[in-house]
Design a protein around this ligand. Structure first.
Ligand code: DHB
Ligand code: FE
Length: 298
């Protein structure tokens, strides 16, 4: 698989080097603008319980590890920098969201989910199946035909289902977060047919390194960790009357499947694409979705 950039793509990127902080603050801007903040309503009892437990855990760490004033001040400076760099969405989605997702999906039957991450954009172009997501004329990478079918937990086809897809390009960049990419590059909302079937033509994404020039990168360097997520395709599936699923799909053989910095890989989320057998170029893979009805639980 050729994952090198074309010369023009590489040149555009070079001019725009050092833009990860921009990616971080964009994630913050979008979260602030998303409307998620307007209907947050956490009861006082839960705030007190959760904030109290977090503060206690932090104090226990100080006692257990005999934290020095130098370390305390390094923490203070770093927490300030996370905010200044706009990297709270990155930090939380990498190091915390996976547990939140586990807790909130534990009772839902059907297809497994995982974290959403910071780069979802609602309202991507609506396409009827079989669909091809937006790509540049010289889009690099291995073409991937991704198809499947929606059923309920009894095996009946689901009507009016849709697949929202978004992923990085073959250089690991997301549209609307890295500069110089078309707004809806490698993003789309694909409507399945009446039998619940969908087909999406896209390009295999590259492994992705979380931005290294902001506070999160500074932590990774200071701790001697790595910044890699395995190559992944983000998906949100939904249908009227059914519980939506947010997930990511991965590829066998990726060196970071076993040590994803975001701890978001699950065995059920592995795709295994094979060379296309119909004469088309690239690879094909089938992945079916089983959705739980609203209110249905294990
Ligand atoms: C981050 C990026 C991703 O693409 C993802 O899926 C999860 C986290 C990040 O940069 O924080
Ligand atoms: Fe991602």
């Amino acid at each position: 698989m050729d994952i090198t950039m074309t010369e023009t793509q590489a040149e555009t990127r070079k001019e725009d080097e050092g833009t990860a902080v921009e990616a971080g603050s964009k994630a913050t801007e979008r979260f602030n603008a998303s409307g998620k903040l307007s209907h947050l309503d956490v009861p006082k009892e839960r705030v007190s319980l959760l904030a109290g437990a977090l503060i206690k855990a932090a104090n226990d760490i100080v006692e257990e590890h005999q934290v020095t004033y130098e370390e305390y001040n390094a923490l203070k400076a770093w927490l300030i920098k996370v905010g200044t760099d706009g990297e709270w969405p990155l930090f939380l989605d990498v190091w915390l969201e996976h547990s939140v997702e586990d807790v909130n999906s534990q009772d839902r039957p059907g297809t497994v989910g995982t974290i959403e991450g910071p780069y979802y954009v609602p309202g991507s172009p609506v396409l009827q199946t079989p669909a091809t997501v937006e790509m540049r004329a010289d889009e690099e990478g291995t073409p991937l035909r991704f198809s499947g079918r929606f059923t309920d937990t009894d095996g009946n086809p689901i009507q009016n289902a849709q697949v929202e897809i978004w992923h990085a390009d073959s250089a690991g960049f997301y549209s609307q977060y890295a500069p110089g990419l078309p707004d809806w590059l490698l993003r789309g909302t694909i409507k399945a047919d009446d039998d619940g079937r969908f087909e999406i033509n896209t390009m295999r994404p590259a492994p992705y390194q979380i931005p290294m020039d902001g506070a999160c990168g500074q932590l990774i360097d200071a701790a001697g960790w790595h910044a890699w997520r395995p190559a992944h395709i983000h998906i949100k599936v939904s249908a009227p009357g059914f519980q939506p699923v947010t997930q990511q799909l991965y590829f066998p053989g990726d060196p970071h499947n076993a040590d994803d910095i975001a701890s978001a890989v699950k065995p059920e989320l592995m795709l295994d694409p094979k060379p296309r057998t119909d004469g088309g170029s690239g690879e094909e893979v089938v992945y079916d979705y089983v959705l739980a009805k609203e209110g249905q639980h294990k």
